[in-house]
Design a protein around this ligand. Structure first.
Ligand code: CS2
Length: 455
């Protein structure tokens, strides 16, 4: 039925419901942000905030979205002039907003020259990133994997784009990591520094003087969009939208106040600009993401497909509550006004949202990149305090089963090494190998797994 609908575009936009449309004049807008990783999360989060900030009057913040590998986002968005819909799903009818802030979508390998030109443009003030944990090309010890970094990653683009700014006498950029890494800003700063030390030390010095790397906490649950989602959005919008995203009503963005130059008035649309982002980031990674990964592996082992099913399972839910309240929360130092008990309660309510249909398998991907900041840091802080973590240990065991292929082929940048180890060793041996100082996930959790698992 929806096949017959016209496609969303600047020409057809007027037929979308008025309360679902952005209000700023796109013709006045200029591009001020280059964003790497224009997947569903960016579209439902940073681009959604920025678009609303542009509605408030400052239209310097149009987004040039870069997809490093796949051309499919560009194919979805460009025929629509960059327009797409964010559908917020909770109880009742979804709330729609067509976002007008994305002006251009470029694809890593094909559009290299255009991407570099954007990075070096005088109007560009911010480069931001949602390239997932693996996009930072870290080795097990946290340092930059130079080989992977030189295979079309963000570093090559930043290195050349920033070198051009330097040559042209332009100011540096705010480099804004929006991925779920511990200390994401400083991590990006350190890794880009390592890339420069190898390729262009003078550029590294210029970056250190002129660019900033604020830390951020980003939070919005955004399941991968399905055909059924696209059909539902089209029906409600009255237009076909190949690039729509579905998400929850909740959204949070906390940014460290450390900008190199101008920025959107994000604080006017609900973004928290703070002096110290770590308390928010650590709580989010250890409680929300830690619980998410535990739900994923334990939930898949119990035969569930979706987050809302796993969290409702009476055999699983108490473990998840314990993980958040008894294991993660005691390791955190809350910011003034941050109530971790209320946070845990709110997270459970968000996980229960059946309208999201968030697949456990989506969260289970790339465990090797996620587990250190989600579980191992919590395990280490509890170890230092002499406390045990039965919920996280149960989740680790479920991850080991996942590594042995219990839920189908492994999707993880370390899939081959992990699967080989997991199939050759039982749980305690495997834990010793993985978490030992030289192990694939060594360096974060300094326990003797032989004791912990045996006990
Ligand atoms: C999830 C996150 O896929 C995952 O690993 O835990 O994407 C999670 O939904 C977001 O961080 C929520 O803000």
């Amino acid at each position: 039925m929806t096949d017959a609908l016209p496609r969303l575009s600047p020409e057809t936009l007027a037929s979308a419901p008025a309360d679902a449309r952005f209000t700023h004049d796109r013709a006045q807008a200029t591009i001020g942000i280059v964003h790497f990783g224009i997947g569903a999360f960016h579209r439902a989060h940073q681009a959604w905030y920025t678009d609303r900030a542009m509605d408030a009057g400052d239209t310097r913040w149009g987004i040039c979205g870069v997809s490093l590998r796949s051309a499919s986002v560009a194919e979805q968005l460009m025929p629509q002039g960059g327009l797409y819909t964010v559908a917020e799903r909770g109880a009742g009818a979804p709330r729609l907003r067509v976002v007008g802030g994305v002006h251009e979508v470029l694809v890593g390998p094909d559009d290299r020259a255009a991407i570099l030109e954007r990075l070096a443009a005088p109007n560009t003030h911010i480069a931001s990133f949602t390239v997932t944990e693996k996009g930072y090309c870290r080795k097990a010890d946290g340092s930059l994997d130079l080989e992977r970094a030189d295979e079309g990653s963000i570093y090559g683009f930043l290195g050349e784009g920033l070198a051009r700014r330097r040559a042209q006498g332009l100011p540096g950029l705010t480099l804004l990591s929006c991925d779920n890494l511990a200390d994401n800003g400083r991590t990006l700063e350190r890794l880009l520094g390592q890339w420069c030390a190898h390729h262009d030390p003078e550029l590294g010095a210029w970056i250190a003087q002129t660019c900033t790397f604020p830390g951020t906490m980003v939070d919005r649950i955004v399941p991968a969009t399905t055909d059924a989602d696209r059909a539902a959005v089209a029906q409600q919008l009255g237009l076909a939208d190949e690039a729509c995203v579905v998400t929850e009503a909740f959204s949070q963005w906390v940014i460290e106040d450390r900008f190199a130059g101008p920025r959107p008035a994000w604080e006017d649309v609900g973004v928290q600009i703070v002096a110290e982002v770590t308390p928010y980031e650590a709580a989010k990674l250890r409680m929300l993401n830690g619980a998410h990964s535990a739900l994923a592996y334990i939930g898949l082992a119990a035969g569930h497909t979706f987050v809302h099913e796993a969290v409702a399972d009476p055999a699983i839910r108490p473990r998840i509550e314990d993980l958040m309240r008894k294991e993660a929360a005691p390791t955190l130092t809350p910011a003034p006004g941050q109530d971790l008990d209320a946070y845990a309660k709110a997270l459970l309510a968000r996980f229960e949202n059946p309208a999201l249909a968030h697949r456990l398998a989506q969260i289970a991907m790339d465990g090797s990149q996620k587990i250190p900041q989600r579980w191992l840091e919590t395990l280490e802080a509890n170890r230092e305090a002499g406390r045990s973590c039965p919920a996280i240990l149960a989740a680790l065991k479920a991850w080991f089963c996942h590594l042995r292929g219990a839920n189908g082929p492994l999707e993880d940048p370390m899939a081959d090494e992990l699967a080989k180890l997991a199939r050759a060793h039982e749980d305690t041996e495997l834990a010793c190998l993985l978490f030992a100082p030289e192990g694939l996930l060594g360096g974060t959790w300094n326990a003797d797994p032989a004791k912990v698992f045996a006990g």
